[in-house]
Ligand binder design. Sequence first.
Ligand code: ZN
Length: 200
Amino acid sequence: MLHEQIDLAIAEREAWVLRRQLGTPNNRQLWVLACMDERLPVEEVLGIKPGDAHVSRNAGGLVTDDALRSAVLTTNFFGSKEIIVVNHTECGMLSATNEFIAQALRTKYLLDSSTLPLDPAIPDLGYFPDEKAFTQWFRMFDNVDDTTEKQVQILRDYPLIPKDVKIHGYVYEVETGRLRKPHKTLSNRVNTAQQTGARS
Ligand code: ZN
């Protein structure tokens, strides 16, 4: 009967809307941290669908203060049991140094970073303590594999993330459209002749 289908659809919609109130986690109990880059289609890359995960994205897919805030909330209060970090090759964060970015902004805005709020929404957090801190804040990097491993380690070590949460990181190769583990480049394993000697 049609009314049964309609009632079911209404009930499903209610359950969807009220997920946080009901304590229902996302489908995969998963929090994903990924770079904001448009060449990284996170859901497609991970093979997940809408509803499957909480997803945080920022420049580089780095464990920033705000990423940590999201991670702490989703793993302690919203039911996430797994974390996946996705960084990627040819990331914009590889294209300059912290010093270059900081200096460019200082020049552009005639900026004294000691007058710059750390978080304008929370004045109590104060201002950047010095130029060094402002420079480090950008967190540009020069090795995506090392960076991925480091983000995983930071999350594993963070006291406010439960120890039973599984945390892993992957590098998405924009050039091949594939994920790999950090420092596990398949081409290095395919071309083994030099390592093992030619076999006949
Ligand atoms: Zn990126």
